[in-house]
Ligand binder design. Structure first.
Ligand SMILES: [Zn+2]
Length: 260
């Protein structure tokens, strides 16, 4: 409950901060005009009414104040400055603005994202470069590298087309780059798997999942939670199989993502 209150407080504060700032992209904020209704705004932006109410902590029974700026959640808010408040986390700021926290970290040159200084100004911006990000946000433990190996279960000598990270079942898995989901379901030994197509003839694959949270055809932003890691398919323990393919041929992921 207390957490919820803090969250609401942060959201309210971010609305206060956003108002009065120049926004580069439209659609992420709505200036209430005469005759506006929450229902109408919800329909206009195709964002559920409940989300708008929550994001702005407004009483649905109270009339909308003309001139008030409403944050429309789900629509990316970019190209603005945000001042860090007490209790803020980088991931919290990022998710409220629908951008990737690693993008914020890179763009703002933040060295310790866990210790944000109150008052620091953060540029809210997406990193539109073609970079890939880590599919996990827990410390990475590689259990099997990319390359030829004897398969741990079948014992066959074959190319391991991705990299395996040991990770507890139920850990969030993130889209490595923005793209479009081209596969979401069971795939042979990979168990529950997701495939995402990216610009420039790249695809990324996430295998042995416990659950899938995206649908084929859905576009995803970089850093979006796409599913939970698991141990489905042919596997000797909970892990994530992560693969990057270029023109449908597997590449060594370490050429694209940083593994400490
Ligand atoms: Zn693997």
């Amino acid at each position: 409950m207390k957490r919820k209150l803090i969250r609401t407080f942060i959201v309210v504060m971010s609305v206060v901060v956003i108002s009065g700032m120049e926004l580069s992209a439209g659609g992420q904020q709505h200036l209430v005009q005469k005759g506006d209704t929450l229902w109408g705004i919800s329909r206009k932006y195709k964002v559920p009414l409940k989300k708008i109410i929550q994001a702005n902590s407004i009483q649905p029974t109270n009339p909308l104040q003309i001139g008030k700026k409403l944050l429309i959640p789900g629509a990316p808010v970019e190209g603005i400055w945000y001042r860090v408040k007490a209790g803020d986390t980088l991931s919290g700021i990022a998710s409220r603005h629908n951008v990737d926290w690693q993008d914020l970290q890179r763009i703002n040159g933040i060295t310790s994202p866990r210790h944000l200084q109150i008052g620091t100004r953060i540029r809210i911006q997406r990193d539109n470069s073609l970079s890939f990000g880590n599919p996990l946000r827990v410390p990475l433990v590689v259990t099997s590298k990319y390359g030829y190996r004897h398969h741990p279960v079948t014992r066959r000598y074959q190319l391991h087309e991705g990299i395996d990270f040991r990770v507890a079942t139920g850990t969030r898995v993130y889209a490595s780059r923005a793209g479009k989901v081209i596969f979401a379901g069971r795939r042979n030994g990979y168990g529950k798997m997701i495939g995402i197509e990216h610009e420039g003839d790249f695809t990324t694959w996430y295998g042995h999942l416990l659950s899938i949270r995206v649908r084929v055809g859905q576009t995803v932003t970089k850093g979006k939670v796409i599913g939970l890691s698991g141990n489905t398919g042919v596997s000797t323990g909970p892990h994530l199989h992560f693969e990057i393919r270029y023109k449908d041929r597997s590449e060594n992921p370490t050429n694209y993502i940083t593994i400490p």
